[in-house]
Ligand binder design. Structure first.
Ligand code: ADP
Length: 805
């Protein structure tokens, strides 16, 4: 049905309008009345008309003026106008009417049929026009739709041909398009994805971050960028993607759509993660020498970043010992532990054991149930292994200096859905290198610590320890070896022992060598001459792969003491034998009946017996006294003694038995303070000194005993003109059993105890004793003892010590 046309009837006379309506009614169109030009214009402003019937004579705007105004407006310019007039038929008016845009000119009274016919023509024309217009519109719409379809198809084609995931979203953020890649990746239909968005496919840990960024982009219109993991349908692997989206805006700047892409950056991310992981692992391993702890830390670090399960096993006495175990799921870690107790023998079929046996890495990308069952030795183990949902593993041997000593194993389970590839193997190998060198370093350090300690012990012990290598070169020479031999380590280490120890080729076979520390040998005492020193060493050796370790101690002093003892025995025997022989001889002579002894000889023999008995007693006394002194059993009682009186008594007694060639003199001041001493012990000292002076003056001469004062001391000096003593022996003559001439080349006997007894007695009385002498010039023995002037004795610290000046 054609559109109803609107016809505007303009006449100031209502009856005319009525008449018009009546005439046009049958046309069935919409008739609109206007009673003036102004009203007609108002209608034209609001509505669209197919035709205007316009009265010419009207008050206000007349028909022509109204027509002029209509023609001036763009929208109404083409509306046909039929003038209706009763006025004139003259040409001027008609002309003006056409000029004003009239299409027709009808004079009143007009023929209703004619008018109706004319109007019907215009109505039809208008209707045709309207139809035409509608058709054109329809056509344009169709064309547009076709164009749009084409561009959509082109854009989808573009979207689908891009290797990335491409998507678009509405301004509210809801997905409205995803390309083929997205569908393939997630294995879902477009409807499903557009319905649920990304939420379903995102890694749970990344949902929050991604959502925050997307919301911020939607709120601000700023470009969107986020990284997250999405699960790949083909293998269930979580892969990192970088999402980027930009908003498209209309002319007014309002966002109409978001265009986005997801790019798979998993390889890059994984590579970066691995680098970071390796750097961190290296740092952890290098941070401490406690490798058991650092390896456990590294295993923790690896989970879940590069693996789901990480174990580190090392070989200890042919068995695998688990140093570290980390599992993404701590509950499952317990299951792995249960396995470990039963299956860690080095011949186990377990992954680590295999890598260790073969000495090369093992990569199993797809662990089948069949393979799994070879790992288990019984149903229970298989059950555990299955429950762990293991998918893939890598085991890499730990190698240090060419020796395999353990393995690192990375196992992927259903927890992450990862599968190991060659890339992962490279990572595991790198990790194993780090770990192996950390373990090796720690072991080397421990070894060097142990050696360091051993070396310190070697330096601290009192026995000399020397290592001579197989080539006979000295490699070690400890502090005690230096102290004993006087040879510094720097001077001997690195040199052949034959150059260092004179007579080594003869000595070497005398030293017993044990085959090992468990094979004890008795040390042998051997003499060693080093320069002007003669040493007695007791030593033995132990052989080992690098050579021989010799241990020795210095027996020189013990040896000297031993010698001294045997010399003493010889001396004392001799000393005892001489008087005994005299006594025995005299007694035997007296007992003889075959000869007649006269009284004189008899008395003489009895005298010999008495004298020699005295001598025997004196020797025995000296021995007893020395032993009392040694054991500290000799009491000392200090008193005020008259030094002069004491000295005079000693000189007087000596004069009685001194040989004639000896002259004894006592030199002393008139007055002298008393000396603080043990009377009988001081007397013993002076007797010994005077006896020696006589004994060692075989050619006679004066022996002067001087008593005097030296500061707060009383000094006794016994000077002879006898044999004298070389300066080097001045100290040693005071030692026990020491004699200058033990072989008695000059025939002067003695026990070597006299001066020792003197020194010890003087020392106990807080005094000092020394000798001033030169060979052939006689000797002066000096004894100083505190004067007993004041009642209070002097503090011990200020007093001179025996044997020193
Ligand atoms: P002894 O006289 O029994 O040998 P001593 O202890 O009394 O032992 O003396 C030790 C040594 O000191 C003597 O063997 C002797 O060589 C030396 N000696 C001691 N007194 C003198 C002295 N007055 N003149 C020279 N030598 C002496």
């Amino acid at each position: 049905m054609s559109t109803r046309a609107r016809i505007l009837c303009v006449d100031d006379t209502p009856k005319n309008l009525l008449a018009l309506e009546a005439i046009l009614e049958p046309l069935g169109q919409e008739l609109v009345r206007a009673s003036s030009g102004e009203e007609a214009l108002r209608h034209l402003l609001g509505d669209e008309f197919a035709l205007i019937l316009l009265d010419v004579q009207m008050p206000g705007l007349d028909g022509f003026q109204t027509a002029d105004l209509i023609k001036q407006r763009e929208r109404t310019r083409h509306v046909p106008i039929i003038f209706l007039t009763a006025l004139s038929k003259d040409a001027e008016n008609v002309f003006r009417g056409y000029e004003s845009g009239a299409v027709d000119y009808l004079l009143k009274p007009f023929d209703p049929d004619m008018l109706r016919t004319k109007v019907a023509v215009f109505v039809e024309l208008w209707q045709k026009n309207v139809e035409l217009g509608q058709q054109a519109e329809l056509l344009r719409e169709q064309e547009l739709a076709a164009l749009e379809q084409e561009s959509e198809a082109r854009y989808r084609f573009l979207g689908d041909s891009i290797p990335q995931q491409v998507w678009t979203a509405r301004p509210d953020g809801n997905l409205d398009y995803v390309n083929e890649r997205v569908l393939e990746y997630f294995g879902r239909s477009s409807e499903e994805l557009l319905e649920s968005g990304w939420d379903d496919v995102l890694h749970p840990d990344d949902v929050r971050g991604m959502f925050a960024r997307w919301s911020a982009a939607l709120a601000t219109g700023a470009p969107y960028e986020a990284e997250f993991r999405i699960a790949r349908a083909s293998d269930g692997a979580w892969r990192w993607h970088l999402a980027r989206a930009l908003p498209m805006r209309d002319e007014a700047g309002t966002i109409v759509r978001w265009f986005g892409t997801n790019t798979d950056v998993d390889d890059r991310r994984t590579a970066e993660d691995r680098q970071r992981f390796l750097a961190e692992a290296g740092w952890v391993l290098g941070s401490s020498l406690d490798y058991e702890r650092t390896l456990a830390d590294v295993a923790q670090l690896a989970v879940p970043r590069v693996t789901d399960i990480c174990t580190v096993d090392v070989l200890v006495d042919g068995r695998l010992e688990r140093l570290a175990l980390a599992h993404v799921d701590p509950r499952k870690a317990l299951l792995v532990r249960e396995l470990e107790e039963t299956s860690l023998a080095a011949d186990a079929t377990e992954a680590g054991a295999l890598a260790i046996r073969e000495g090369k890495p093992v990569l199993v990308s797809e662990l089948t149930d069949e393979q799994l069952s070879t790992f288990a030795r019984n149903e229970r183990e298989l059950e555990i292994l299955r429950s762990l949902e293991l998918r893939s593993y890598i085991s890499v041997p730990l190698v240090a200096r060419g020796e395999v000593f353990g393995a690192i194993t990375l196992v992927a389970s259903a927890d992450s859905g990862r599968r190991y590839t060659e890339n992962d193997l490279a990572l595991a190998e790198e990790l194993a290198r780090h770990a192996a060198s950390a373990i090796d370093n720690a072991r080397l350090y421990a070894e060097s610590e142990r050696r360091g300690r051993a070396a310190r012990v070697l330096e601290a012990i009192g026995d000399g320890v020397v290592l001579v290598d197989r080539a006979g070169v000295i490699q070690l020479w400890n502090t005690a070896a230096t102290a004993i031999t006087g040879l510094a380590a720097q001077a001997v280490v690195g040199r052949p022992i034959v150059e260092v120890i004179p007579g080594w080729p003869e000595l070497e076979p005398r030293i017993p060598i044990a085959a090992g520390p468990a094979d004890p040998v008795r040390a042998e005492t051997i003499p060693l001459e080093l320069g002007d020193r003669e040493l007695w060493l007791s030593g033995s050796g132990v052989g080992f792969d690098e050579g021989v370790v010799y241990a020795f101690r210095d027996l020189t002093e013990e040896r000297a003491l031993e010698e001294l003892k045997s010399e003493f025995v010889a001396t004392v025997s001799h000393e005892l034998r001489t008087p005994l022989a005299a006594i025995y001889g005299s007694a035997q002579t007296i007992r003889r009946t075959d000869i007649d002894l006269d009284e004189g000889i008899r008395d003489e023999l009895l005298g010999v017996i008495a004298t020699e008995s005295d001598r025997l007693a004196a020797i025995v006394n000296d021995l007893l006294l020395a032993s009392h002194l040694d054991s500290g059993r000799l009491p000392v009682s200090i008193e005020r003694c008259d030094a002069l009186e004491l000295a005079a008594a000693v000189v007087d007694t000596a004069r009685v038995h001194a040989p004639e060639s000896i002259e004894l003199a006592l030199r002393a001041p008139k007055r002298l303070p008393p000396v603080a001493a043990d009377r009988s012990q001081l007397q013993q000292v002076l007797v010994n000194l005077v006896d020696n002076a006589i004994k060692y003056s075989p050619d006679g001469g004066t022996i002067a005993v001087r008593v005097g004062r030296a500061d707060s001391q009383i000094r006794f000096a016994v000077a002879d003109r006898g044999l004298g003593i070389p300066a080097s022996e001045h100290r040693r003559i005071f030692e026990k059993f020491y004699r200058l001439d033990p072989d008695m080349t000059r025939g002067i006997g003695g026990t070597g105890l006299g001066l020792y007894i003197c020194r010890e007695l003087v020392r106990r009385m807080d005094g000092s004793i020394w000798v001033e002498s030169q060979p052939g010039q006689g000797s002066t023995f000096v004894v100083e003892l505190p004067a007993a002037e004041s009642e209070k004795p002097k503090p011990a610290a200020q007093k001179r010590r025996a044997g020193t000046r």
